[in-house]
Design a protein around this ligand. Structure first.
Ligand code: ZN
Length: 326
């Protein structure tokens, strides 16, 4: 791994500079609001006292995925710069306008930040935000762990997304995330993960929970990041790896009909081909649509919000494609 940080000197990301053995925080600016307040990404740096990689852990790319935001703050707070090798960069909430709106997408331009990377410095606010991440964060770090949840709209089984085509780069930290399910994400682009991988740096997305905020999900995310830090030799301790990981691909089931969603198989449930995963009913109780497992596999994500509009995602189904034995 190439090392962006040199822990014998100060570390700088955006306007934030942190001396060895210290903590620092600040805002990477992206623009100014109509009422004159500087907008941007809050960053917390813990700079170690011995050489090592720069790991960036972010949350809040989606503004309603609260567990990852709190997990970033806890990992940063629990990391002692006196014993840290390398540098930990925490971005608790990448997308503050989406958090302000309590929503997945930005309240400023309604864009989904996780589909528009690498952004555009001359575009809408979300495009500028993505471009700022690409220009100022990615060059300043050696690896990225992007924390997500199923969002308020749904709940997801704990899993790690390793981008197809970048397995060599991402699998080592992907396995250290600790979840049995490895989703070979690759059918969509525009993520911070993909931009980081394209820069030649390991990057993964970790998913868990959703629907609401839970301390158990925060703990899962914190545990994943701590184990990745051990794998990168930033902190002491033995790396915990599973004997067996299951590789899945995800297919999104969307409802053609609007209505009320009733789930029958939850996140992590194993299914046989043809098993009922959920139904959409109308207000009179008539079944409008049934969602069934297209093959044997695992439910990855299930809708929690009951309102279904035509074309809404109701289930993400994981087809098993292989296994990894490290
Ligand atoms: Zn997300």
């Amino acid at each position: 791994m190439t090392v962006a940080g040199d822990t014998t000197t100060a570390y700088t990301i955006g306007p934030v500079t942190c001396a060895p053995g210290e903590r620092a925080e600040g805002l990477i600016p992206v623009g100014v609001s109509s009422y004159g307040v500087e907008l941007g990404m809050p960053v917390i740096v813990v700079n170690g006292t011995a050489p090592g990689p720069v790991l960036c852990v972010d949350g809040g790319v989606h503004g309603d995925e609260y567990d990852g935001m709190e997990a970033v703050r806890r990992v940063v707070a629990e990391t002692d710069p006196a014993t840290l090798r390398g540098t930990l960069v925490g971005i608790p909430c990448v997308n503050t306008p989406a958090f302000e709106a309590a929503a997945r997408a930005s309240g400023l331009d309604h864009a989904n930040l996780n589909r528009i990377f690498p952004g555009d410095p001359d575009g809408s606010f979300s495009l500028r935000l993505a471009a700022t991440f690409v220009e100022q964060v990615i060059p300043a770090v050696d690896a990225l762990v992007d924390l997500h949840t199923g969002g308020t709209f749904g709940e997801i089984a704990p899993l790690t997304i390793v981008q197809g085509g970048y397995e060599d780069l991402a699998t080592p930290i992907g396995l250290a995330a600790g979840h049995e399910l490895i989703w070979k994400g690759g059918s969509w682009g525009g993520t911070a993960r993909l931009s980081t991988l394209q820069a030649g740096k390991p990057a993964i997305t970790i998913e868990a929970g959703g629907g609401t905020y839970r301390e158990g999900t925060v703990d899962l995310h914190v545990g994943s990041v701590r184990n990745i830090m051990r794998r990168l030799e930033m902190i002491d301790g033995e790396v915990a790896l599973r004997d067996h990981y299951t590789e899945v691909t995800g297919t999104f089931a969307r409802s053609a009909a609007g209505g009320f969603f009733l789930g029958h198989a939850g996140p992590g449930d194993q299914c046989k081909a043809g098993d009922l995963l959920g139904r959409i009913v109308d207000h009179y109780g008539r079944v409008l649509e049934e969602v069934r497992a297209p093959e044997d596999g695992i439910v990855l994500w299930q809708r929690r919000i009951r309102t279904v509009r035509p074309g809404d995602e109701v289930v993400i189904f994981g087809a098993v494609r292989g296994e990894i034995r490290p």
